[in-house]
Design a protein around this ligand. Structure first.
Ligand SMILES: Cc1cc2nc3c(=O)[nH]c(=O)nc-3n(C[C@H](O)[C@H](O)[C@H](O)COP(=O)(O)OP(=O)(O)OC[C@H]3O[C@@H](n4cnc5c(N)ncnc54)[C@H](O)[C@@H]3O)c2cc1C
Length: 415
């Protein structure tokens, strides 16, 4: 395909997935001339934002400082859903459960205490009486937070893109960014279809961030995940009105799940599934296999036996992990006209609305009113270990805490 010079923009957004769609919208809303470039379609199932549902929750065991961002995220999700007149946010309540001293239960409880969030603490037996789909061990505790629920990720992306287009943003699907270079006061982007220039460049390329931004290489590392949908044998226990979304730490690991929505099955997955670090996201094994299904069905048979009928669907997806599992959101250390976001590590979608706003702030002013100090690039040393050769050591320890790269002592963790 011949390369043509195609114009000048206030901002170019590379990657129109969860974060990029929102960034394009908030930039367009500020009157910016925006170009969004997406290598696949809008939406698609090759990245990190497919599979019909993503959990959103206010109680946040990963770190309490996420709660303020979450309040703004909820506000913005409600705003965009009213702009496009489509329900994107479904409130079911959220359960964070595990042994009493586990980081999932304790961290969630601590975030509720610190931020004065309404919540209840139930034993496994009490939770089952209220929500009979759950069969948790008797000695586990569950924190129930009423504002938890789920988002519909593909529809969120479509909504942000449609709203951005209404404001004049140009979005190009099936156009892959090959490289970019800084210019004085701007950036030039070369794709497989054209060359574009802009005053600001926003990179929100998900699992491909490390390929496009030198300083993210080795710090934003893709990992293969698998999701299952099983037909419940007692469908009445897995309805949106009777089954809160969950994060659950059990002997087998840390799992998350949803009521039936979008696909006729109870959906769930295991964080860091088989701990398969992927060096090149284009090379990932996207097929699902018997051993993927077995691992997931074993979990459901034990803790959600009434949700464990025939398999309806299995899908693969990618996490993009940082060394401490907190996000990376920053401006490029050498080129202040370039900003980037890697808000994943398996828990980023719920923030896409507020991350879009933050990326618009960073592109417009180089700073944001939101506290993103936890996400700054300079908190992370370059990984001293090779994520490929190390992956067999596992990304979570037996106590369910993430393993950290060497400078864990320098990183503010909650648990
Ligand atoms: C199985 C699974 C379950 C999850 N569950 C939850 C959950 O319940 N709750 C939650 O909050 N989070 C969850 N997450 C995490 C969340 O989905 C991610 O944080 C989020 O989707 C990341 O969005 P993103 O915009 O960074 O990536 P993506 O949405 O993948 O967007 C990146 C985009 O960049 C495009 N791109 C890449 N390279 C180029 C290029 N060279 N040129 C042009 N375009 C390019 C890609 O095609 C893609 O569309 C889950 C993730 C997975 C995989």
């Amino acid at each position: 395909m011949s390369v043509t010079y195609s114009g000048h923009y206030d901002a170019i957004v590379v990657g129109v997935g969860g974060m990029g769609s929102a960034a394009a919208y908030y930039l367009a809303r500020r009157g910016k001339r925006v170009l969004g470039l997406e290598r696949f379609g809008v939406p698609h199932s090759m990245g990190s934002s497919h599979g019909h549902t993503r959990i959103i929750r206010l109680a946040y065991y990963e770190h309490p400082s996420y709660v303020l961002l979450l309040r703004r995220a909820y506000e913005l999700w409600r705003e965009i859903q009213s702009t496009v007149d489509e329900k994107l946010l479904h409130i079911t309540g959220s359960v964070d459960a595990g042994p009493e001293d586990s980081w999932v239960f304790k961290g969630s409880w601590e975030s509720c205490r610190l931020h004065d969030l309404p919540h209840e603490v139930l034993t496994g037996a009490e939770l089952r009486r209220r929500h009979p789909g759950y069969h948790l061990p008797a000695d586990h505790l569950a924190l129930l937070q009423p504002e938890g629920g789920f988002l519909t990720p593909e529809r969120c992306i479509v909504s942000y893109v449609a709203a951005a287009q209404d404001l004049g943003a140009e979005i190009h699907g099936h156009e892959k960014v090959l490289e970019w270079e800084p210019l004085e006061g701007g950036a030039r982007v070369r794709t497989d279809r054209g060359v574009y220039e802009a005053d600001k460049l926003v990179v929100t390329a998900g699992a491909w961030d490390g390929k496009l931004v030198d300083v993210l290489d080795g710090l934003a590392v893709p990992e293969r995940q698998v999701l299952a949908w099983l037909q419940p044998t007692r469908p009445e226990y897995f309805r949106v009105d009777n089954f809160p979304v969950f994060n659950l730490l059990v002997d087998e690991g840390r799992f998350y799940g949803f009521p039936v929505h979008g696909v006729p099955g109870f959906k769930f997955g295991k964080y860091h599934h088989l701990e398969e670090v992927v060096v090149d996201p284009d090379e990932m094994d996207r097929q699902t296999h018997d051993h993927d299904e077995r691992l997931l069905r074993d979990f459901a048979e034990r803790y959600f036996p009434d949700g464990c009928g025939p398999t309806i669907d299995l899908q693969s997806c990618m996490f993009t992990n940082t060394p401490d599992y907190h996000f990376i959101i920053d401006v490029h250390p050498e080129y202040p006209q370039v900003s980037f976001a890697s808000p994943c590590s398996g828990h980023g979608f719920k923030f896409a609305s507020v991350v879009g706003e933050i990326m618009a702030d960073l592109a417009e002013n180089g700073l944001t009113r939101h506290d993103i100090s936890l996400f700054r690039l300079d908190r992370l040393a370059r990984p001293a270990r090779d994520p490929v050769t190390d992956h067999g050591q596992g990304s979570e320890q037996l106590n369910g805490r993430p393993r950290s790269f060497p400078r864990a002592e320098d990183i503010r963790t909650f648990w």
